[in-house]
Write a protein that binds this ligand. Structure first.
Ligand code: BES
Ligand code: ZN
Length: 588
């Protein structure tokens, strides 16, 4: 049978997982999860079942009552991993697989105590999107398959386990504790998630609690105190929140993304703790995925824009509700700049600049970009602008109702769109947006007076125009981001010195500003910033910052050795996914 997902061995003609039960022990010394997974299928049947695995040791496969079953683990095929084929005897609707993960599991990162905030306890966390769940558990690792799950996780005391599920009992033994979880709503495998560490938590709203290491808990609770206002705004826009609670956790610095929308427990990078709530849009983004992504899910990574494009649109609707239209114009400008950079990087005609993709044979982590996010958002905003807000909000409601708890392809989205809004696709040239490269000319443009002033000021840098210190010291974080993004590079070392002395950019607590500034300083060879570049690369693991900084250091002869030296020193604290990306940058 043909594949329904280019990144999975799941066969749509075979039985489909309905429930997963995990019984795992977290072994920090061996850097392994070990235990048993039980997969329950929709109906009793017979015949082969193909699962995805990556670097797993399969110890035994048996029926629910313990009868051993034959299985075959095929040779691994790169990032796809190895197909596990199990022969299901007639009448069997449940399989148990005894297995262990590898210390190199691509989904898991094991941290030594010194790489945590507290410095005294080890930490382990998962990142399953897009196709890493298979390195944590044998599974039909395709977003078309949805299952509920339950888990019992044994961890050494005094550590705590949390998952993308409702927490249940905690049974404390002498040296270890067992944490129970239940996820009643069906989810795709990429939303499986676990973190284990020295965790504390605090309520930050009637439906929300923040988890973090004790050392960061207070700062985290303050930074994200607006969560309930966001939740209420989101419900007003997209309908009831369907996941009961919205908890979130501030991860150790090695977490490779800004955020990950694990249901009931969003994971967040600690780089969001700016101390002034200036980066909470990432929380709004992950919250928005509770509708766009977790309720209505992309069928495969070819359709990733359905997740991210709609979520960036939704994030900005929340922003508009809380901060107004001007704030949306600034966010759009920041997004558009990042989109144009990525399109330049791929080349304007590159197929990777299309919304719907064909990623067969391509590792989705290697082609991650702003295209599905920002081009996707522009298309959704264009539709909204064309049909008007009222009609569009009605469309969104029907879209949610129609596809809630399912996973859809781009073609299924298009068919629904033509039915619901006849003639609109033709009017806006939706075909070119989805299947063609680049940014079509009818992309919406957002205006704000401040935005126009700042972009004009940045554009006249070369003519000697400089920001008025008194005025610029009052700029918001977004305005600084826009200004720095648009400055030419390199600039002179004297200009670097003036900017830094006047605006203390090297000391910025906002990582977006800091990263933009360090990129300018590195491209300009301004040595006083090098110590901060070193300390920053040693203290963050977020790929959004690591990749451009290593790229610019590697691009210049004078800092190439420094890039190699820093990677040699810090590489082992970066996430396996980040390490892979950086290795290809440094070997270019
Ligand atoms: N789901 C993504 C993160 C992701 C994407 C992980 C693809 C693995 C593969 C998450 O929702 C996300 O988009 N995070 C952004 C936040 C931003 C757009 C506000 C990030 O990490 O920067
Ligand atoms: Zn997202």
């Amino acid at each position: 049978m043909g594949r329904m997902d280019p990144h999975s061995y799941t066969d749509p003609d075979q039985a489909s997982t309905r429930h997963m039960d995990l019984e795992l022990t977290v072994d920090f010394a061996a850097r392994r999860l070990r235990g048993v997974v039980r997969l329950d299928f929709a109906e009793a049947g017979s015949g082969p079942v193909d699962l995805d695995t990556r670097d797993l040791t399969i110890e035994a496969v048996e029926t629910a009552d313990g009868t051993p079953l034959d299985f075959h683990l095929a040779d691994p095929e790169g990032f796809m991993g190895a197909r596990l084929r199990i022969e299901r005897p007639a009448g069997v609707d449940s399989l148990r697989i005894r297995y262990a993960t590898s210390p190199e599991a691509s989904a898991l990162q094991w941290l030594e105590p010194q790489h945590t905030a507290g410095g005294n306890h080890p930490y382990m966390f998962s990142q399953c999107q897009p196709i890493h769940a298979r390195s944590m558990v044998p599974v039909q690792d395709s977003a078309r398959v949805r299952f509920s799950y339950s888990a019992r996780i044994t961890v050494p005391r005094p550590l705590k386990a949390v998952m993308s599920a409702a927490p249940g009992e905690e049974a404390r033994g002498e040296t270890s504790s067992v944490f129970s979880f239940e996820m009643p709503q069906p989810i795709p495998s990429y939303l499986l998630a676990i973190a284990v560490g020295n965790l504390a938590s605090q309520d930050v709203g009637p439906r929300s609690r923040v988890y973090a290491e004790p050392e960061q808990l207070e700062a985290a609770a303050w930074e994200f105190a607006e969560i309930d206002r966001m939740l209420l705004a989101a419900e007003g826009l997209f309908g009831p929140y369907r996941w009961d609670r919205f908890d979130f956790i501030v991860m150790p610095p090695a977490f490779p993304y800004g955020g990950m929308e694990n249901p009931r427990l969003t994971f967040l990078t600690p780089t969001l703790l700016a101390g002034d709530r200036s980066l909470v849009n990432v929380l709004a983004h992950e919250l928005a995925h509770s509708w766009t992504g977790n309720l209505v899910t992309n069928a495969t990574m070819n359709d990733f824009w359905l997740n991210e494009g709609f979520t960036v649109w939704a994030e900005r609707r929340i922003l508009e509700a809380l901060a107004g239209e001007d704030a949306v114009a600034l966010a759009a400008a920041i997004g558009r700049h990042g989109l144009e950079e990525d399109i330049q990087r791929f080349g304007e005609d590159s197929p990777l600049t299309r919304l719907e993709n064909d990623l067969a044979g391509i590792d989705p982590d290697e082609v991650y970009s702003q295209v599905p996010y920002e081009k996707g958002c522009l298309l959704v905003q264009l539709i909204e602008k064309t049909v008007g807000r009222q009609a569009f909000d009605r469309f969104i409601t029907r879209y949610m109702d129609r596809f809630a708890f399912t996973s859809i392809t781009t073609a299924e989205f298009e068919a629904f769109f033509h039915e619901e809004l006849p003639g609109v696709a033709e009017k806006i040239g939706m075909d070119a947006w989805i299947h063609g490269p680049g940014i079509p000319a009818n992309a919406p443009v957002f205006h704000s007076r401040q935005l126009e002033e700042i972009t004009a000021l940045a554009a006249s840098w070369a003519d000697g125009e400089r920001p008025d210190p008194q005025v610029a010291r009052e700029w918001s974080a977004e305005l600084w981001q826009i200004y720095l993004q648009r400055l030419p590079r390199p600039i002179s070392v004297d200009d670097c010195a003036w900017l830094d002395q006047t605006f203390s950019l090297t000391d910025s607590g906002n990582c977006e500003i800091l990263c933009q500034w360090l990129l300018i300083a590195a491209a300009s060879g301004w040595e006083p910033a090098y110590p901060r570049i070193r300390s920053f690369l040693g203290s963050v693991g977020r790929m959004k910052y690591l990749k451009p900084l290593y790229t610019v250091l590697h691009a210049h002869e004078r800092t190439r050795a420094m890039a190699a030296e820093l990677f040699a020193a810090y590489g082992d604290r970066y996430h396996p996914i980040a390490r892979g990306g950086l290795e290809s940058i440094l070997s270019a």
